[in-house]
Design a protein around this ligand. Structure first.
Ligand code: GSH
Length: 221
């Protein structure tokens, strides 16, 4: 295999990193992975800060370009690789709207509850507040999915990858997804896509990640 063009800096516990890894997996594209020990201050080092002023993972390096923020990385990859970005102007706009909404409402509910439980040892009332936000977000996604197979169109897009990152980790936020049947069916549909993997399969060390399946180029227009 020739060396991959893309390098993803990440940590295996991160749902935001997973969104990007999932893009590569579903696009059948190899990437280089660099482990960043976010629990040992690695994002705060001078070297890392010089690369990413936001001091967070994921970071994508592609040639001379350094792209930060998971949803911006997803849009970049969709445009560069020509997959999952939306087939026309209207679909692209819907993709962007869903990504902006979910990186606020899904992250500030499920991701915050999970972080509070697993790492920050937050007070139960604070965790309950985040779980409640998560339930409100799940209500909305579930309602939308009642009439739509995917969030932004007739086929999966980066909007689905963005929203599902923390939904696959809902058990760690102690939110039982059983009441949201449409969300469960949608996440199941996603898991059936060739190449899909769960967040618990993110690499834990530096690695070259080859796609699990060879996925043919698809003309999405
Ligand atoms: N809005 C950012 C959030 C990224 C984020 O929260 N990254 C966390 C891991 S999930 C991180 O790197 N934390 C390390 C730190 O804050 O030092 C995105 O979508 O990429």
């Amino acid at each position: 295999m020739t060396a991959p063009d893309y390098t993803l800096y990440g940590h295996h516990a991160s749902g935001n990193v997973y969104k990007v890894a999932l893009f590569f997996a579903l696009a059948g594209h190899a990437y280089r992975y660099k482990h960043v020990d976010i629990f040992d201050g690695a994002t705060r080092s001078d070297e890392f800060t010089a690369m990413n002023t936001f001091q967070e993972v994921p970071v994508l390096v592609h040639g001379d370009r350094v792209i930060t923020q998971s949803d911006v990385i997803l849009r970049y990859l969709a445009d560069e690789i020509g997959r999952f970005g939306g087939r026309d102007f209207d679909e692209r706009q819907r993709v962007q709207s869903w990504m902006a909404w979910s990186s606020n409402k899904v992250t500030n509910g499920l991701a915050s509850a999970r972080f509070g439980i697993r790492w920050a040892n937050l007070e139960p009332e604070v965790i309950a507040h985040y779980q409640n936000r998560a339930r409100n977000a799940l209500d909305l996604v579930d309602r939308h999915l009642a009439d739509n197979p995917w969030l932004a169109g007739e086929q999966p897009t980066i909007a689905d990858m963005s929203a599902c990152g923390y939904i696959y980790l809902a058990d760690e936020a102690e939110v039982d997804l059983t009441p949201w049947r449409n969300v469960l069916e949608w996440s199941g549909r996603m898991a059936m896509l060739p190449g899909w993997h769960h967040p618990d399969k993110l690499p834990t060390t530096d690695a070259t990640v080859a796609p699990a399946v060879a996925i043919p180029e698809i003309d999405e227009d």
